[in-house]
Design a protein. Structure first.
Ligand SMILES: NC(=O)c1ccc[n+]([C@@H]2O[C@H](COP(=O)([O-])OP(=O)(O)OC[C@H]3O[C@@H](n4cnc5c(N)ncnc54)[C@H](OP(=O)(O)O)[C@@H]3O)[C@@H](O)[C@H]2O)c1
Length: 212
């Protein structure tokens, strides 16, 4: 069975998955890099970005589960680009010519455009469809492998609310953002549908896995 999996999704203590004031200069708004320093310190990140070194402890072990067994990704329009990217016909995502997805990648947007074939196996497809339909399209493309639900918080929340997520890996970062986009709104009692495990990392973050 093809599962829908969320990996390395970082939230603040007060539940925000991104900050306020997103722009081309500030992809996470006022949160800046604070949600992801745990991940950029890992060897997983160094390998993905062509860097050296990086940690291999708890954070690295979780982080590297991002890729194996994944045959497609679905992401929100807010992850693909800054507010207004739909008005720029040249926008091709944040990640350069060889994005780190290496699979068909479906961008949910109310303003779809023709597909973009990138280097390294990533093809961006733009889809205006409800979550269940989008997941079915991605599962078909994944050829029996799992589908990564890539974020941001609005679309992860929608997929959780629709009961579509089989595995949710969250990383709670000990910061208080106070504003931005919250993951948990409207999901009261969600934990009852999952086995929940918690692992504290020496880096200060807490890994939570919700597995159906
Ligand atoms: N915390 C993390 O680990 C993490 C991970 C990934 C991304 N992020 C960050 O999260 C932020 C983006 O998150 P976000 O919550 O603002 O936005 P998002 O979840 O990426 O995207 C939401 C947008 O996608 C489009 N959309 C969603 N569902 C749709 C559907 N069923 N059909 C058609 N269009 C649909 C809509 O955009 P339109 O109406 O404009 O088309 C909607 O406003 C960025 O700052 C990004 O860097 C954080």
């Amino acid at each position: 069975m093809s599962r829908a999996r969320v990996h390395n999704f970082s939230i603040s203590l007060d539940g925000f998955g991104t900050g306020d004031g997103l722009s081309l200069e500030a992809p996470f708004g006022h949160a800046a890099h604070r949600l992801h320093t745990w991940m950029t310190a890992t060897r997983f990140w160094a390998d993905m970005t062509g860097g050296d070194g990086g940690t291999t402890g708890v954070d690295g072990s979780f982080a590297e589960q991002h890729g194996p067994g994944i045959g497609a990704e679905v992401m929100g329009a807010g992850k693909f680009g800054p507010p207004g990217w739909q008005d720029d016909p040249e926008w091709r995502g944040w990640w350069g010519d060889d994005p780190p997805f290496h699979t068909p990648t479906y961008v949910l947007t109310h303003r779809p455009r023709p597909s973009l074939e990138m280097a390294g196996g990533t093809t961006f497809h733009f889809l205006d469809a409800p979550p269940a339909e989008a997941l079915a399209v991605a599962q078909e493309a994944a050829g029996g492998q799992d589908v990564r639900i890539g974020g941001g918080p609005t679309m992860v929340r929608d997929f959780l609310a629709a009961g579509l997520v089989d595995h949710l890996h969250l990383v709670q970062v000990p910061i208080l953002l106070g504003r931005g986009v919250r993951l948990w709104d409207g999901l009261e009692g969600l934990e009852a549908q999952y086995d929940v495990e918690v692992v504290a990392s020496p880096s200060g973050v807490t890994h939570l896995t919700f597995t159906r």
